[in-house]
Design a protein around this ligand. Structure first.
Ligand SMILES: *[C@@H]1O[C@H](CO)[C@@H](O)[C@H](O)[C@H]1NC(C)=O
Ligand SMILES: *[C@@H]1O[C@H](CO)[C@@H](O)[C@H](O)[C@H]1NC(C)=O
Length: 190
């Protein structure tokens, strides 16, 4: 009896503080049912397209916007930051159907291999996904056969998105650096 009393008191105190915290948070938050924001059943979708990273010529879609003093002496161009607005097409050919654009930045983040830190949004422009986006953030070791990067979110039909992308170089022009990269996207969303 002597030992259960303090226990009961602490349980009561915990309950009271939980009630107080809940009462306070009532002013700015509440629990919603997923159906009230039209979230029904979670689906897994697969998307497949090609990204055109054009770094050369007058119509380049990827441009270097910043670099470190030592970037050009670095074998990996460590410190270079590139901003891009790359076309996403159904087939590897640039003139095949446009499904969206990959917009974002990549920086050379490794001093020992070509390893990019990537932050980008896929802005889809085709079919039911027109206007929806997926956000990707990850590491891209561009000379590995398959690079995987996490999908960290999305908008529109991709709200609450999570998943991963796999990037595989389709063609690369080693002189100009222009590349066509095949993307396989696996994404859970509602
Ligand atoms: C750049 O784009 C313009 C307009 O689409 C086109 O006329 C021109 O031929 C392109 N230039 C190159 C070098 O691809
Ligand atoms: C995508 O949506 C935009 C804005 O609503 C519209 O102008 C465009 O025609 C649509 N594209 C396709 C391919 O449906």
């Amino acid at each position: 009896m002597a030992t259960t009393f303090p226990k009961l008191t602490s349980i009561l105190l915990i309950l009271i503080s939980i009630t107080l915290v809940t009462a306070k948070s009532d002013h700015f938050s509440k629990t919603l049912s997923p159906s009230s924001v039209k979230l029904r059943k979670q689906k897994l979708s697969h998307l497949h397209f090609y990204l055109h990273d054009k770094v050369s010529g007058q119509n380049a879609t990827a441009v270097r916007v910043a670099q470190a003093a030592m970037t050009n002496q670095s074998p990996t161009f460590f410190g270079a930051v590139i901003m891009f607005d790359d076309a996403l097409t159904m087939e590897p050919e640039r003139n095949s159907k446009l499904v969206g654009r990959a917009q974002g930045m990549y920086g050379s983040a490794s001093q020992t291999e070509t390893g990019l830190a990537v932050v980008m949004n896929f802005a889809f422009m085709e079919g039911k996904y027109n206007g929806s986006t997926l956000s990707v953030m990850g590491r891209n070791a561009v000379f590995s056969t398959v690079r995987e990067m996490p999908i960290i979110g999305g908008s529109g039909l991709f709200r609450f998105a999570r998943g991963y992308v796999q990037a595989k170089t389709h063609t690369i022009d080693l002189k100009t650096g222009d590349a066509v990269v095949e993307y396989n996207v696996y994404v859970f969303h509602y």
